[in-house]
Design a protein around this ligand. Structure first.
Ligand SMILES: Cc1ncc(COP(=O)(O)O)c(C=O)c1O
Length: 495
């Protein structure tokens, strides 16, 4: 954490160029506004278009010693305690792709959390790495996946090593979509004891470490690479994120040059100056005002929780989870409601909230509704939301009704028949799901709950998996990743 970062060099350099009236005989074709559609100019404003500048402008990212863009990434690295930070203009997704290419090259085995974000599996499709999956802890009652336990990671690393060959890295997620934080120090110890770097996908925790009442950043807890999806909680523009590699003062377990090479493969030659300037600005705001803004948001979040705890049928999930398997901490910027006591599903509560109050939640599952707060969340919005939820729940509750949570069959087994790359790039055909049993899946499909993929590219499709996914769909769950959202057909390896 640092309060000594009052500048935003890249933002300032882009602003200086954008507004001094330069002759724009370069891309983009809108020329800072005049060439853009009037509707777009009206929507975005001419300022945004003036600041939309390309790479390689002297004084911004080239032509001077220590250019502002380089300084901006260095300031971000300092703020997050990293040896090296990259700005990402294609989200944390881009970071997972780069890390997979750097750490899981062709044929290399890596241990990966089964419910890692889809972009990690996609990264393995690009790189050709072989995943050995480790299951997260799972709360069956709430249908909620937590973090990976150190014991599970140790076992998975041992099994993967027993399969022959070296294990190249371990990829885990913390916090979860529900804001639950894994025991990162213990996971790092386990990974390092096995001689493996630990990558923590902290996409949902770009604010961690910037307030004493928040969880510490994984990089300061022993992780060797950390992804932060800055746009999710901190104030940068959608699609902007950061990749941090190596903790300052710690041994370098990841080759930074290898990551730099992989980054070149997954980045555009025309990254958006608006996205990158928003990252520079968000880092400054986090470093300078983060603690104060978070302090106010934490207080507002506490008041919202207190209000919601008085609503009959609702339970607010958070601190009481700490100490359960896979949960070492939690993020108060995530408000997770257990709605089972209302006799309604999370989908129904979220739908009613949307219809009546135009209020939109981050995630609804059978048992829960998840709200995401931002770093500087206006308190009045939360006061109003508390009242809206109170009214909705009182109006639509069905006392006495309690649907069972659909849960994955205990014996759901995954057989990795071929690596994800082979399945994804192989010749594929679409078949009715009834004919797919025994075939090798080319797609990744997960439902909420549990948010754990039931199928990944390269895995053999079993009758159990088909029945399970059908059941989820029938219950109204969205099947993430399914090419046919109704799950009537599925893409499999031909032959
Ligand atoms: C755990 C996790 N990692 C990575 C990502 C990808 O982030 P982005 O949307 O910034 O590409 C997400 C997106 O929700 C995520 O939940």
């Amino acid at each position: 954490m640092t309060g000594e970062q009052p500048t935003a060099p890249y933002l300032d350099a882009v602003v200086a160029y954008g507004f001094r009236g330069p002759g724009r005989f370069h891309v983009p074709g809108h020329k800072g506004g005049p060439g853009a559609d009037p509707g777009l100019r009206h929507a975005l404003g001419d300022n945004a278009l003036a600041l939309d500048v390309p790479q390689d402008i002297r004084g911004i990212d080239t032509g001077v010693e220590h250019p502002p863009f380089q300084r901006a990434e260095e300031l971000a690295a300092e703020a997050y305690g990293a040896q090296r930070t990259w700005f990402l203009t294609n989200g944390a997704t881009q970071g997972n792709h780069a890390l997979a290419l750097a750490l899981a090259p062709l044929g290399a085995t890596v241990v990966a959390q089964r419910n890692a974000h889809a972009s990690l599996v996609d990264g393995l499709v690009l790189s050709g790495g072989r995943p050995h999956f480790v299951a997260p802890a799972y709360d069956e009652e709430l249908g909620m996946a937590h973090g990976v336990t150190p014991e599970a990671l140790a076992e998975a690393l041992a099994q993967a090593a027993a399969g022959g060959g070296r294990v190249h890295a371990a990829f885990v997620v913390s916090p979860t979509y529900y804001g639950m934080v894994a025991d990162v120090p213990a996971l790092a110890e386990v990974a390092h004891a096995a001689g493996v770097p630990l990558v923590v996908d902290q996409a949902w925790g770009p604010h961690f470490g910037f307030h004493p009442d928040l969880p510490e950043s994984a990089l300061r807890q022993g992780a060797d690479a950390v992804l932060t999806s800055t746009h999710k909680i901190v104030g940068s523009l959608t699609q902007s994120a950061m990749l941090h590699v190596g903790a300052r003062g710690e041994p370098a377990r990841i080759d930074v040059d290898r990551v730099a090479r992989a980054m070149r493969l997954v980045r555009s030659t025309s990254p958006s100056s608006l996205l990158m300037a928003s990252l520079d600005a968000a880092r400054r705001q986090l470093a300078v005002h983060g603690e104060a803004l978070l302090h106010e948001t934490l207080a507002a979040s506490r008041r919202l929780r207190e209000k919601l705890a008085t609503v009959p049928g609702l339970a607010v999930i958070g601190a009481e989870q700490v100490g359960r398997p896979g949960v070492a901490g939690w993020d108060p910027l995530r408000v997770v409601l257990d709605v089972r006591g209302t006799g309604r599903t999370g989908y129904e509560v979220a739908d009613a909230l949307r219809r009546s109050y135009d209020a939109h939640v981050e995630l609804a599952t059978q048992a829960t509704v998840v709200l995401v707060l931002g770093m500087g969340q206006p308190e009045e919005d939360l006061v109003r939301l508390g009242g809206d939820i109170d009214e909705i729940v009182k109006r639509i509750s069905v006392p006495g009704r309690r649907d069972a949570i659909s849960r994955p069959p205990a014996a759901l087994r995954y057989e990795v028949a071929v690596p994800p790359r082979e399945a994804f790039l192989g010749e594929a055909e679409r078949v009715p799901v009834d004919d797919a049993v025994g075939c090798i899946s080319c797609e990744s499909i997960a439902g909420y709950p549990p948010g754990i993929p039931a199928l990944l590219p390269g895995e053999r499709i079993t009758a159990e998996v088909v029945a399970y996914l059908r059941g989820l769909r029938a219950a109204g769950a969205r099947l993430h990743g399914a090419s046919d959202p109704e799950f009537r057909s599925v893409t499999v390896l031909a032959g």
